[in-house]
Design a protein around this ligand. Structure first.
Ligand code: ZN
Length: 123
């Protein structure tokens, strides 16, 4: 917590230059800058059905559930996984989710001034 606080003094200058309108809005830029589920270091498990249910659910077909390999929580949509509090994968979302959650994106940049600087320098 102390370290985060120390960094915020330096962060404010950078992030004050970022308005929600200026945040990355393409899938490409979002994947490059923010933690997304397509990152190689993110890990999810897609369990298959272990039994047949009639008429449409067949054994060994994907169940549709996405499970976080770090904390074991799952949901029908990776963006809706209720990760455990200390899960190091809880910041990972789809690029589509980030683009439609600009407040969270701005918050993330506030905590990652290096990424904010990178984004501002390439505009
Ligand atoms: Zn998790």
């Amino acid at each position: 917590m102390a370290a985060e606080h120390q960094a915020s003094g330096e962060t404010d200058g950078i992030v004050s230059q970022l308005s929600p309108d200026e945040l990355p809005s393409s899938i490409h830029d979002t994947r490059k800058l923010l933690p997304t589920i397509s990152d190689e270091e993110s890990h999810y498990h897609l369990p298959t059905n272990d039994i047949n249910y009639q008429p449409n659910v067949h054994k060994n077909e994907p169940s549709g559930v996405v499970v976080c390999c770090r904390c074991g929580e799952g949901a029908m949509n990776s963006d809706e996984i209720a990760h455990s509090k200390d899960c190091d994968q809880k910041e990972y979302h789809s690029a589509y989710w980030w683009i439609h959650h600009k407040e969270q994106m701005l918050e993330w940049f506030q905590q990652h001034p290096r990424a904010a600087r990178r984004w501002l320098s390439r505009r």
